[in-house]
Ligand binder design. Structure first.
Ligand code: NOJ
Length: 518
């Protein structure tokens, strides 16, 4: 195992807050969030206990996929402000000790990007090799989605996601057709260098790194171990280590063995994929571990998580999310009390936490919301932040009809205003947990982790972080502890608890507790 400290060192104390900028806070009354809104709410984010942001793509875009269809990597979307406003956001954030990751979309651009428009011209030019085109208008890309008939160029082009997102050309692992570039061809290297320049541009202006969209998607015809794509990222990481050693990258990959150990990402998200361990905690209906009346089983999580944790260990961190802009919010599938236990668990596991805006108050997934900007079922997770009990939940002064998306206007919609100062609220629980985490080095992402499963009681878990002992029991029943485990609690005091009074002979129903070192 690599025993070098993981760099950059600031990641060890990082707690991220993800902002979907459209829906965070509107300061100019046009119904959509803006950079000034993020600046205004930095003190709130800091007081929550987060010290880093991930802002979803905020670049010029036709917004057919909420900004993941970038038209200009170097200019922000006017609806959020100007480049100068974003530079000011970096400065203000840094003044408060908050780092800022932008969202890098390296795998594709918008179909309206000038590089792409040039690549579709009949006459060969500097951009002809920037995307993946076949060499005949009647020939598609085998096994991949492609489009023909749109441009004068005699060929069809490969898509990376939606129709509006043509794939950039980083080459093929084993080119088999004349139109497939090698990874070290001048055109594939030119794409890679162009993306490095995009990164340099934002890092030079004050960004602290990037969340990387579809990080596994770069090299085409890659093998199962993503050899080609990993090699590209190792080269990019080497550039960062040389030129921007304080910058951090978090991959949207969800394969820590490849993303961290092979590709060199500092962090990799553990995403919600049906059937995986993370899914089994929060989003698997009655089988969710954190559903009180369900039949969850912590081994489903551990069996999937431990290999990821081991793969990342010593090299980088698993990024643990409450949710993200693609995933249904935890509430109302979990009640606020169930969510408290779930967050307590996520925030004390070995990993770097990412809190999706509004999850700290239990904002609810809005089922059935009409699609917006390519969101489809994701739209219900992207509604405006609920700040106050006032008009538009304090998100915007615009007429309700003008809002980016409708706010949750239910009388019991959770708000920051309603929960601030209430020790029983989800918001104050998250604050308390994050302040404890900041004060306890044993809760940092690289402190030791030892799960201690309880024989015959898969609905509960005891775990050790460094010298601390923790216990969680989301079920409705007390779970008696075997003697050898009771002995491990002997002589310890309870540092923090949720639910019924801490007990070291049995874990009370619906409880979570942290015990100090002996
Ligand atoms: C993953 C992003 O999280 C998602 O929102 C987007 O639609 C796709 N990548 C395409 O960029």
């Amino acid at each position: 195992m690599n025993t070098q400290p993981i760099s950059p060192a600031w990641l060890r104390d990082a707690v991220f807050y993800e902002i979907y900028p459209q829906s965070f806070y509107d300061t100019n009354g046009d119904g959509i969030g803006d950079f000034q809104g993020i600046i205004d709410k930095l003190p709130y984010i800091r007081a929550l206990g987060a010290n880093a942001l991930w802002i979803n793509p905020c670049f010029d875009s036709p917004f057919k996929d909420a900004g993941y269809d970038v038209r200009d990597y170097l200019r922000v979307a006017p609806r959020y402000g100007t480049n100068e406003d974003l530079y000011r956001l970096f400065e203000e954030a840094h003044r408060l000790g908050v780092r800022v990751l932008l969202d890098l979309v390296p795998g594709h651009t918008s179909e309206a990007h000038p590089w792409f428009l040039r690549s579709g011209e009949e006459t060969p030019n500097e951009y002809s090799g920037r995307y993946i085109w076949t060499d005949d208008w009647f020939k598609g890309v085998p096994g991949a989605p492609y489009v023909g008939g749109e441009f004068p160029r005699n060929g069809t082009y490969m898509l990376n996601f939606f129709k509006c997102q043509p794939a950039l050309n980083y080459g093929w692992l084993h080119p088999a057709e004349p139109w497939q570039s090698a990874m070290d061809s001048p055109e594939a290297l030119a794409t890679r260098e162009a993306m490095k320049d995009v990164m340099r541009f934002w890092l030079d202006h004050g960004a602290d790194g990037f969340r990387v969209d579809m990080a596994a998607s770069l090299v085409k015809g890659d093998d199962a171990d993503k050899q080609g794509t990993c090699a590209v990222w190792r080269d990019i990481r080497a550039m960062l280590d040389r030129e921007y050693p304080e910058a951090a990258l978090v991959a949207e990959w969800s394969d820590q063995r490849l993303a961290i150990a092979r590709a060199g990402f500092h962090m990799d998200f553990y995403l919600d994929h049906a059937g995986n361990g993370y899914h089994s905690l929060l989003r698997d209906g009655e089988a969710s571990f954190f559903r009180r009346d369900g039949h969850g089983d912590i081994r489903r999580f551990l069996d999937d998580f431990m290999p990821r944790y081991e793969a990342a260990r010593g090299k980088g961190y698993v990024a643990l999310i409450t949710c993200n802009h693609d995933t249904p919010r935890v509430c109302p599938a979990l009640t606020a009390d169930e969510a408290k236990l779930a967050y307590a668990f996520l925030l004390t596991l070995p990993g770097v936490p990412f809190i999706y805006y509004g999850d700290e108050i239990g904002m609810r997934y809005q089922a059935g919301m009409p699609t917006k900007e390519g969101g489809y079922t994701r739209t219900g997770t992207r509604t405006p932040m609920q700040w106050t009990h006032g008009a538009n939940d304090g998100f915007s002064t615009a007429d309700a009809a003008m809002l980016y998306l409708p706010v949750d206007d239910a009388p019991d919609a959770p708000t920051v205003e309603g929960q601030t100062g209430d020790p029983d609220s989800l918001l104050e629980t998250v604050r308390a947990l994050l302040s404890l985490r900041a004060a306890q080095p044993d809760l940092s992402p690289d402190a030791d982790f030892e799960p201690i499963t309880l024989p015959g009681a898969p609905r509960a878990l005891v775990y050790r972080r460094g010298a601390l002992l923790l216990a969680v029991n989301p079920s409705g029943d007390a779970v008696a502890l075997p003697e050898d485990i009771v002995a491990r609690f002997d002589g310890r005091t309870c540092l923090y608890r949720l639910g019924a009074a801490a007990d070291t002979a049995a874990l009370p129903p619906r409880s979570f507790a942290i015990y100090a070192a002996k």
